[in-house]
Design a protein around this ligand. Structure first.
Ligand SMILES: [Zn+2]
Length: 92
């Protein structure tokens, strides 16, 4: 028998989104109660984050966080008949 440990993450557990540069691994943490906007460039090394073939990734990241913020608002104000939980697999 194999035991798999799962951690459940609630949307309300989320506090910030960390943007990590693929080039220098520098990061920027944006609290979810702020306007979430991916900067044009990495604040550490200047790598472009919104140019070229990956230009849709910043929009996708912003949409993801804005969707989470919308859900948190609905959860708080409208008490939906279900909740959301995200499963995270723990590695031993
Ligand atoms: Zn960087």
């Amino acid at each position: 028998m194999t035991a798999e440990h799962l951690t459940l993450l609630l949307p309300s557990d989320l506090r910030s989104m960390r943007i990590v540069c693929a080039k220098c691994h520098g990061s920027l943490s944006i609290r979810l109660n702020e306007t979430v906007r991916v900067p044009n460039d990495c604040p550490v090394c200047g790598q472009a984050w919104k140019d070229g073939q990956s230009s849709g990734s910043a929009t996708a990241a912003e949409n993801l966080v804005n969707s989470l913020k919308s859900w948190l608002s609905i959860e708080h104000e409208k008490k939906p008949p279900f909740s959301l939980q995200f499963e995270i697999v723990n590695t031993p």
